[in-house]
Design a protein around this ligand. Structure first.
Ligand SMILES: NC(=O)c1ccc[n+]([C@@H]2O[C@H](COP(=O)([O-])OP(=O)(O)OC[C@H]3O[C@@H](n4cnc5c(N)ncnc54)[C@H](O)[C@@H]3O)[C@@H](O)[C@H]2O)c1
Length: 373
């Protein structure tokens, strides 16, 4: 195990970088924010003052930061279309990498990232912060204990009414708003499903554990953001190799009652939960057993795990294959919505989804001719 302090370089000094800075600053015995790379250097200077008392050096680009040999870890907090190049540049420099979601915006880019990470033997973790939500960890513990039996249905929900991108809030559109890049599919790489939907997708895969997604059907809508170029809402149905069915509901148009983020129904019982609670109910019980579970600053928990991965080789809950699998499911949902048909997922997460049904599963049902009439 290394005993030296990890020198961290954060790339991009925007909204999420501030959350990461809180996380890094929680582990002063292991890491220090040594440098910031940011095109808007005034923004980075202010960020450095706020989060490091001005001690983090500011560079105008990732390349300049790497040339100064200022860091051991690169933390990528950039707009989506800039992730691939930044990851590959950091990998070639031999740095450990934490990258915000989505890892990248295409599976071709994912293949290039995989090649660079493997050739240079570097550690990469994707910033799947919500897998560190204590309520989700408790739900997964309950599932692993077998208390609700074999999962039949797993649902992951990530919804909110998004006011920032309201068609009447033009202050957020380019060139004035700092989130301008999100309003252009060329830089965002997709709509709500690739952005906020990334959280619901990795949460569903976390609930599914070792069960592999094999088939995807996607359904997209634009309910609220009338001027938006693509979807503000995604519904995705996924069949897993076991035959269990997954559902992703993700939206910037609406929220759900009760702030639920996940539901699982199994052979013996069901569970559900949100950011600060979990409830479960064995079939036959009159009432659900609901427990409040305090939330946590998930970015701090994520960075704590990343430090352990880098220093101790601890298990990586969002390694390259997991990050790419999330993207593959989302890309499959986009293809499915475009074609109006189900698509299947190759075993290799970097491989493109293929139109058509996936392999047969134990719980498939043959549609009888009689019921079609
Ligand atoms: N996990 C979450 O809950 C969550 C929430 C918000 C954003 N994010 C993710 O974080 C990432 C960044 O989003 P954000 O909301 O912080 O964006 P932002 O627009 O607030 O910040 C991006 C920053 O990158 C800088 N930048 C742009 N090009 C650059 C370059 N070539 N080199 C260096 N700096 C450059 C911009 O000047 C800006 O300061 C995205 O991937 C987004 O999806 C995750």
């Amino acid at each position: 195990m290394s005993t030296s302090l990890l020198r961290v370089g954060i790339v991009g000094s925007g909204g999420i970088a501030a959350q990461h800075a809180i996380g890094w600053n929680a582990y002063p015995q292991y890491a220090t924010i040594a440098a910031l790379a940011e095109v808007d250097t005034a923004r980075a200077e202010a960020f450095s003052l706020t989060h490091t008392g001005g001690s983090a050096a500011v560079y105008p680009s990732l390349e300049a930061m790497l040339a100064a040999d200022a860091v051991d870890v690169v933390d990528i907090c950039l707009p989506h279309h800039l992730h691939t190049e930044a990851v590959i540049t950091a990998a070639k420099a031999g740095k450990a990498i934490l990258c915000e979601k989505p890892l990248c915006t295409s599976l071709a880019d994912a293949r290039a990232i995989k090649a660079a990470v493997e050739e240079n033997g570097v550690t990469l973790m994707s910033a799947h912060n919500q897998v560190f939500q204590p309520s989700l960890i408790e739900a997964r513990r309950l599932m692993a204990s077998g208390v609700i039996g074999k999962p039949f249905l797993m649902r992951s929900i990530e919804t909110f009414r998004n006011q920032s991108y309201d068609p009447f809030s033009y202050a957020q559109l380019p060139p004035s708003g700092p989130r301008g890049w999100r309003t252009d599919v060329k830089s965002a790489g997709g709509g709500e499903l690739l952005d906020t939907g990334y959280h619901s997708t990795y949460r569903l895969l976390a609930l599914a554990g070792a069960d592999k997604p094999v088939e995807v059907t996607g359904f997209l809508s634009r309910f609220h953001l009338a001027d938006w170029p693509t979807e503000d809402t995604g519904q995705v149905t996924i069949r897993f190799a076991s035959g269990a069915v997954g559902e992703i509901l993700t939206s910037w148009a609406f929220d759900v009652d009760g702030a639920r983020q996940f539901e699982v129904s199994g052979s013996l019982g069901a569970l559900g939960g949100g950011a600060t609670f979990v409830s479960h109910q064995i079939y036959g019980w009159q009432n659900a057993n609901r427990r409040e579970i305090p939330g946590t600053h998930t970015f701090t928990a994520e960075i704590g795990q990343f430090i352990k991965v880098v220093r101790e080789g601890a298990s990586n809950p969002a390694d390259l294959d997991m990050a790419v699998r999330v993207l593959q499911v989302i890309k499959a949902a986009y293809l499915s919505a475009k074609l109006g048909q189900t698509v299947s997922l190759p075993d290799d997460p970097t491989a493109d989804p293929v139109p058509g049904k996936g392999p047969a599963t134990p719980w498939d049902v043959d549609v009888l001719d009689d019921v079609l009439l």
